[in-house]
Design a protein around this ligand. Structure first.
Ligand SMILES: Cc1cc2nc3c(=O)[nH]c(=O)nc-3n(C[C@H](O)[C@H](O)[C@H](O)COP(=O)(O)OP(=O)(O)OC[C@H]3O[C@@H](n4cnc5c(N)ncnc54)[C@H](O)[C@@H]3O)c2cc1C
Length: 520
């Protein structure tokens, strides 16, 4: 028999397993020896009325054993070289598409514009050291895509448990901690992702797949019936193919332009623009825990959202105990993002605060709402503006209190952003439809989290890449793109997915459609 109990404690993490079992036995009225396991299924924090309480929900196993954590191991076949598919990009969508193809014995040939994880690490260090961005090797491009130096939060809005575990199971099989299989909010941590990605690559190669680094796809070739025949790389090398999966992520602007001029149907879609907000971690912890963390709760998180006029303003990718990172993909831009190490133990906590931007919000000079690439151009313009306001990769920044009262920041607080920050009037140069809403939202959020609107908080600009401004339209039946036969778009860059898990699941779904076509 399995029964659930709730224990309320102000000493979270200090109770022994023995004490929890004794409490479970007393609540259920059974002898303690009959309890074989107590498993934590939910933790919620209640810091109202000046007291911190942690509500812990446990599943108690009486006279029976809990099921072992079950992971369906990947069963891959040796690739048949006569059946191959080109995958452009080695992010979560590309890697999980490759594994899915290998389940059917189809050979994936991955072409990745950036280098492997090891070389990429050096280029990422260079951004802060030399204030330069390598356009092929940065926080977004290179082995593992934007997923490798990401935060590794594995949250998704998808409710398809089976499909989610097909992603978390693979990550676990390649080195991630077992907890990601059971945690309600699984997090891998940026320090662990590189090894996992390399192991997945080795697995693909061991089954006969190919991975070509520093190989940028510049064009798609097609026959007179508008079916793909292959790709052309930056070195003019042709790779023949009957099917291609483009998993290039949403930072590959020039790839969208190439697809559009090749006749592929692309649509503008809503995206979001804003800033990274960084607070001292102790401040967020004391707001969320009312200054009563028994020392065992870890860095506090938050989720905030507001409706300001007709647009939503919301926190995104909250990184407790994390850092703000430079995620531009070219030297003429500044774009920021955030991540946490697995210990979530830096002195800061940050989150993106972004405002919804629809094609109708975009000024006509960027092409107008009917132009599929208007959002992409607007995004580039804002990132270029941020570069003009910053210095090298030093990002423009303003104290939160100065931002809301339209004042310059004379001195900025210390931040985690390694390239450095320069004081800038974000309230003046970020477009008004964004700043006005951010200001209203920050005031409102302060009523939800007293102390959130603080002179210790700093806004770092600009956050433009929380989602894709473009969608590559799919045929609902075949999932092919419209315009070229045999071409598929997967992951975040397709505009149908966002985040690690959903991009990986999309890569799997697209690979299944390709496999069905090749094997019919
Ligand atoms: C700093 C940071 C932190 C993040 N934190 C999280 C998080 O905690 N949780 C989460 O779910 N998501 C997070 N994300 C977002 C997540 O990383 C992306 O949603 C995800 O990686 C998208 O996967 P993808 O495979 O579709 O594309 P990407 O990961 O963007 O991969 C695309 C790949 O294609 C390659 N490519 C592009 N153009 C070409 C070309 N022409 N030829 C060859 N190769 C090409 C690129 O080099 C890249 O490697 C974070 C992102 C960043 C930057």
């Amino acid at each position: 028999m399995v029964q659930n109990i709730t224990i309320v404690t102000d000493q979270y993490g200090k109770e022994t397993e023995e004490q929890i079992r004794a409490e479970a036995a007393s609540q259920l009225g059974v002898e303690q020896q009959r309890i074989s396991a107590v498993l934590l299924i939910k933790k919620s924090i209640d810091a109202r009325r000046g007291k911190l309480k942690v509500n812990l929900r446990y599943a108690v196993y009486v006279d029976e054993q809990p099921p072992a954590v079950s992971v369906k191991p990947l069963v891959l076949k040796q690739a048949d070289p006569s059946k191959s598919v080109i995958i452009i990009g080695s992010g979560p969508a590309g890697l999980f598409a490759a594994l899915k193809l290998l389940e059917s014995g189809i050979k994936p040939i991955i072409l990745e514009r950036g280098p492997d994880v090891t070389a990429r690490k050096r280029d990422i260090a260079m951004i802060s050291r030399e204030q330069r961005v390598n356009p092929d090797s940065n926080y977004c491009f290179g082995e593992g895509g934007a997923g490798t130096y990401s935060d590794g939060k594995l949250y998704t809005r998808s409710k398809k448990r089976g499909e989610i575990s097909s992603v978390t199971g693979v990550l676990y099989e390649h080195g991630a901690d077992e907890r990601i299989l059971t945690d309600a909010h699984p997090h891998i941590g940026t320090d662990k992702l590189g090894d996992i990605v390399q192991k997945i690559r080795e697995r693909i190669i061991s089954c006969g797949g190919e991975v070509h680094f520093s190989t940028q796809v510049m064009g798609i070739t097609k026959d007179i019936h508008k079916n793909v025949t292959g790709v052309i790389t930056d070195e003019g090398i042709g790779f023949p193919a009957k099917a291609i999966i483009a998993a290039t992520g949403h930072s590959a602007g020039e790839f969208y332009e190439m697809l559009q001029s090749a006749g592929v149907t692309i649509e503008a879609k809503p995206f979001a623009v804003g800033v990274r907000v960084e607070h001292p971690r102790t401040l967020i912890d004391s707001i969320q825990y009312h200054g009563m963390n028994p020392g065992t709760l870890g860095a506090a998180t938050y989720t905030l959202k507001a409706q300001v006029g007709e647009r939503g303003v919301y926190s995104f990718c909250m990184c407790p105990g994390g850092i703000v990172v430079p995620s531009a993909t070219d030297d003429d831009q500044i774009a920021v993002n955030g991540m946490s190490p697995s210990g979530r133990n830096t002195r800061w906590s940050n989150a993106a605060f972004v405002v919804e931007v629809t094609p109708d919000d975009i000024p006509a000079e960027f092409g107008g709402p009917a132009d599929p690439l208007c959002g992409l151009r607007y995004q580039r313009f804002l990132e270029h503006e941020a570069k003009e306001q910053g210095k090298g990769q030093k990002a423009p920044a303003q104290r939160m209190t100065d931002f809301v009262s339209h004042m310059p920041s004379r001195k900025l607080p210390e931040t985690s952003y390694a390239p450095g920050v320069v004081a800038s009037r974000l309230d003046l140069w970020i477009p008004g439809h964004i700043t006005k809403r951010l200001i209203k939202a920050f005031r409102f959020f302060d009523t939800r989290m007293h102390g959130f609107l603080s002179d210790k908080a700093v806004l770092i600009a600009i956050e433009t890449r929380t989602s894709s401004p473009v969608r590559i339209t799919r045929d609902p039946q075949t999932l092919e793109v419209l315009g070229i036969g045999g071409l598929y778009a997967a992951g975040e860059g397709s505009g149908y997915a966002g985040g690690i898990v959903s991009s990986a699941m999309d890569g799997q779904a697209i690979a299944s459609a390709v496999a069905a076509r090749l094997l019919q």
